[in-house]
Design a protein around this ligand. Sequence first.
Ligand SMILES: Cc1cc2nc3c(=O)[nH]c(=O)nc-3n(C[C@H](O)[C@H](O)[C@H](O)COP(=O)(O)O)c2cc1C
Length: 168
Amino acid sequence: MSSMVLVGYATRYGSTQEVAEAVATTLRGCGLEVDVEPVRKVRALEGYGGVVLGAPLFMFRWHKDALQFLSRFRKALAERPVAIFALGPVHDPHDEQEWQDSRRQLDKELAKLPWLKPATLAMFGGKYDPAKMGSLLRLFAGKAPASDIRDWEAIRAWTEGLKPIVGV
Ligand SMILES: Cc1cc2nc3c(=O)[nH]c(=O)nc-3n(C[C@H](O)[C@H](O)[C@H](O)COP(=O)(O)O)c2cc1C
């Protein structure tokens, strides 16, 4: 099998794409060959030995592009190591409750895919920018201020541990 790694991502507002690009940069720094692509655009997995899939949670669900990718490539993914990360919590990085809620939402989504055995799974803080949202969503979201709690150090540390997992 190829030693090329795919970092596939789903995103609505761009913050997960930036994390995926940082993951790809770190993996390249570890000596791996990496493609980074929105999962919507992925046509085949034949060229890849391992896959990293990243997507945000929205409205208690995982991004639909990630779920569609998993369903489209079920067979190929079951034969490859898959590392997963999700973005979810956006308020206080120390708010245990918010992190637990996001983790529960992700676990619930993944429980619907019993064939999927992620080699590793990470939840990262995300970015919240009401200025980018439509007025209806802003109304729903209330008055929470803009925030960005992506922890680039934690993302880099997690990614550095991926080489023996996805770099086959
Ligand atoms: C309208 C809206 C709904 C969200 N719903 C959830 C949610 O249900 N659970 C969660 O953990 N995070 C939720 N988030 C946080 C997002 O996962 C976070 O903002 C993420 O960084 C967005 O990724 P993107 O910029 O790649 O689209 C929500 C964010 C927005 C704007």
